[in-house]
Design a protein around this ligand. Structure first.
Ligand code: 9MR
Length: 352
C-alpha cells in the first residue's frame, strides 16, 4: 500500500503524463469471478452500496463473500463510546450476505489504528474488561454467521523492523495483545477461522520476514491463529516473482490463506512517471495474474477466499475525496460495472 503523500504526489505525476496516455481499453468479457475463483470470491462493501441497484446486481453476479470495509471496525462500532456499541450497519451487511447466499468475513477486531478514543481513561482491570468484552460482543454477535475474522490487523511496522507500538501493546506487550485477542476471539467463536491480517509482505522483504517470524512465534506460544491474511494492496512496480515467492513461504505453515484486500493502483511514487495508462495496465495485469495463479496453486484446504477491496474503481478508497485523480483503476470493474483488464487477469490467473 502506498501512503497518502505518495498518492498526492503521484496525482501530479499522472496529470503531467496525461497527454501520453492512450485511450481507455475496451471492456473485456469474463465469466463471473465467483465461478472462476477456486475458493469463495469476496469483495469489501460499505452499507450505502446495498442501496445502489447497480452494485447489488454486480455483487450478485460476481461475488460469493462479503467483508465490511469499515462498519464492523471499532471506529464505527464504538463511535458513540464503549457503552453504546452500534451494529446497525454491520447487521445490515450480514443480513444482505445471508439473504443473497454469500458468506461473511469479519473485519477487524483489534487494530493499532483504532479504539484509542473509546478506551481513553481506562486502565488496569477496566481496560481488560473493555478489551475482552469488545471481542466477546462483536465476534459473539456474528458467531455462526462470520466464517472467519481478522482478529488482529496490521501489527507490523511499515519498514518491517519490528511490531508497532500502540495503546494495545502499551498494556499487554507487542506479542501479548495479539495473543490475548486471539484467545478471546476463540472463546467467542470456536468455529471461525481466525486471521492475522497484514499488508506489503510481498513488496517489503523485511516486512515479509517479520510476518513469518511473528506467525512462527505465535504458533509456538499456542496462539489459536488459524488463518493468514495477505491484504495484497499491490502496485505496478512490485518485483516480478515476489508475490508468488511470499505466498509460497507463508503457505509453509499449512494454514488457510486469505487474499484479503486486493487492489492494484496504477499510481506510483515516482515524481515524474511518464508511463502511459496502457503500460501501467499491462504491469497491473502481470502482477494480478501472478497473485491469482499463486493462490490457485495452493492446496484446496489452504484456499480460504480471495477478496477484492471493492468491485468498481470508483468504490475504491483510492478514488475517494482529495485522493481521487479520476483515472486510477485499482479494481476489477470500471465505474459502470464493466470488467476491467484486471478482471481478465484474475480469470487467467485462476486458470478458469
Ligand atoms: O478502505 C477502507 C476505508 O474506506 C476506511 O476509511 C479505512 C479506515 O477504516 O480503512 C480502509 O481499509 C483498510 C483496511 O481496513 C485495512 N487495510 C488497509 C485498507 C485500506 O486503507
Amino acid at each position: 500500500m502506498i501512503d497518502r503523500r505518495t498518492v498526492l504526489a503521484s496525482t501530479f505525476a499522472l496529470a503531467a503524463c496525461d497527454r501520453f496516455a492512450s485511450a481507455e481499453p475496451a471492456p473485456v468479457a469474463i465469466p463471473p469471478l465467483k465461478s472462476a475463483c477456486p475458493a469463495p470470491f469476496g469483495a469489501a462493501v460499505k452499507a450505502y452500496l446495498l442501496d445502489d441497484p447497480d452494485w447489488v446486481a454486480l455483487a450478485r453476479t460476481q461475488v460469493s463473500q462479503l467483508t465490511p470495509e469499515w462498519e464492523m471496525k471499532m471506529e464505527y462500532v464504538l463511535a458513540d463510546g464503549l457503552k453504546r456499541p452500534n451494529f446497525d450497519r454491520s447487521d445490515r451487511i450480514a443480513a444482505f450476505a445471508a439473504a443473497n447466499g454469500m458468506a461473511l468475513h469479519g473485519h477487524a477486531l483489534i487494530w493499532y489504528a483504532q479504539g484509542e478514543q473509546a478506551f481513553a481513561g481506562l486502565s488496569g482491570a477496566a481496560f481488560d474488561r473493555a478489551f475482552d468484552g469488545y471481542i466477546a460482543s462483536v465476534a459473539g454477535r456474528y458467531r455462526g454467521r462470520a466464517r472467519g475474522w481478522d482478529v488482529v490487523n496490521e501489527p507490523i511496522l511499515d519498514d518491517g523492523s519490528g511490531l508497532r507500538d500502540c495503546h494495545w501493546s502499551a498494556r499487554y506487550g507487542h506479542d501479548g495483545y495479539i495473543l490475548r485477542a486471539f484467545e478471546k476471539a476463540r472463546e467467542a467463536d470456536p468455529e471461525a477461522v481466525l486471521f492475522l491480517n497484514e499488508y506489503n509482505q510481498e513488496s517489503i522483504p523485511a516486512k515479509g520476514a517479520q510476518f513469518l517470524r511473528l506467525v512462527e512465534r505465535l504458533l509456538k506460544a499456542g496462539c489459536p491463529l488459524t488463518g493468514l491474511g495477505l491484504q495484497s494492496h499491490l502496485w505496478i512496480d512490485v518485483e516480478e516473482g515476489a508475490i508468488a515467492r511470499l505466498m509460497g513461504e507463508v503457505a509453509g505453515f499449512g494454514l488457510p490463506l486469505h487474499v484479503s484486500e486486493l487492489d492494484c493502483t496504477l499510481r506510483t511514487d515516482k515524481r515524474l512517471d511518464l508511463r502511459s495508462q496502457s503500460e501501467r495496465i499491462a504491469r497491473q495485469t502481470a502482477r494480478v495474474t501472478e497473485l491469482a495463479a499463486a493462490f490457485a496453486a495452493l492446496p484446496e484446504a489452504q484456499r480460504y477466499a480471495f477478496t477484492v477491496w471493492g468491485l468498481r474503481d470508483t468504490d475504491s478508497w483510492y478514488r475517494q475525496g482529495e485522493k481521487d485523480d479520476g483515472k486510477d483503476k485499482p479494481l476489477p470493474f470500471d465505474s459502470f460495472g464493466r470488467p476491467n483488464p484486471m478482471a481478465a487477469a484474475l480469470v487467467q490467473g485462476f486458470g478458469a
